[in-house]
Ligand binder design. Sequence first.
Ligand SMILES: C[S@@+](CC[C@H](N)C(=O)[O-])C[C@H]1O[C@@H](n2cnc3c(N)ncnc32)[C@H](O)[C@@H]1O
Length: 355
Amino acid sequence: MHGSPATGVGRTPARPGTGDTLNGCGQAARPRERPGRAQPPDEAFAAAVLTGLGAPRKSIPSTWLYDERGSQLFEAITDLPEYYPTRTEIGLLRDHGTDIARHAGPDAVLIEIGSGSSRKTPLLLARMEHPFAYVPIDISRAFLLHSVALLRDQFPHLHILPTVADFTGPLQPPHAFHCAPARARRVVFFPGSTIGNLAPDEAVSCLTRLRELCGRRGLIVLGVDQNREETTLLPAYDDADGVTAQFDLNLLARINRELDGTFDLDAFRHESRYDRQRHRIEMHLVSQREQSVRVLGHWFHFTAGETIHTENSYKFDRADIEAMAARAGLRRIDGWSDDDDRFAIHLLAPPEAVN
Ligand SMILES: C[S@@+](CC[C@H](N)C(=O)[O-])C[C@H]1O[C@@H](n2cnc3c(N)ncnc32)[C@H](O)[C@@H]1O
């Protein structure tokens, strides 16, 4: 089964009917915009917020941090001195991009999960042997389309098929799979340690779906944070300039704007915590006083100090990745980490794949 023609692949588009309209293998028609029309609330966002704020321990999945402003703020975080993961992963891609491209082989279809700015992707695309197509998948529609426009200038002959979809659900095969030459390998690029935002069982389910998506000859290029040193982790998620705090608090601004919320942003404070047992960073928004907030007509009460848990970021060593891969029907075939052993890129493939 294919995805809707408005999105090329994927599950529910975040804004149905307004994404890039793809025609066959990569001819992008003009998006069907309807200027001036108020957007109805995103039902999945509304459901996540109402359920999360109604739970005994309030939480909202980190996916919803990424509206257009959230994506811009995340991009700003990646340039901060405290945020080592992006520059470390870029260094690894610079040093080992050629090895990864060799594994990908000629005519590959490259699918990127949670592609964001696609800033790391050229380090692979430029070294791959005439890649056939690039399918960036992200939930943050406007930012995705903006990133793709920049990439099209850099790779004018590549089929680029942006797809607005939620990677926590089933992903449908892109049209590019059916148009690509028979020898083309399907390569998933999942950088940024985004897999660490999922709970361990969800991460395994996600890898399983990616294995199924790519088939028996598939390849997964997975970038993960493996740092477990609180002294560098905590500042990476709570920087001196307060950009991460803005990123976190933007969720409340988004709820106010899209879901008719009444959050007072000055009455909440960003906090990052490290859970040593679970090897995960947590981001929380801490209520500074007792207060009640209305969202879509529903009231939610906060005691002073109560938090909304907004993100987990699990840290994985090599053994964790090998165990997770095995549960997902994959094996680790290669990989690299930086000299300080903070970040790693692992190549995973189904056991039957010839590498
Ligand atoms: C941690 S950022 C990583 C961005 C980029 N890949 C990088 O390495 O810098 C996570 C990215 O995944 C996207 N994202 C988060 N949850 C998602 C979901 N459930 N489905 C699709 N995209 C999602 C965000 O919009 C964002 O671009």
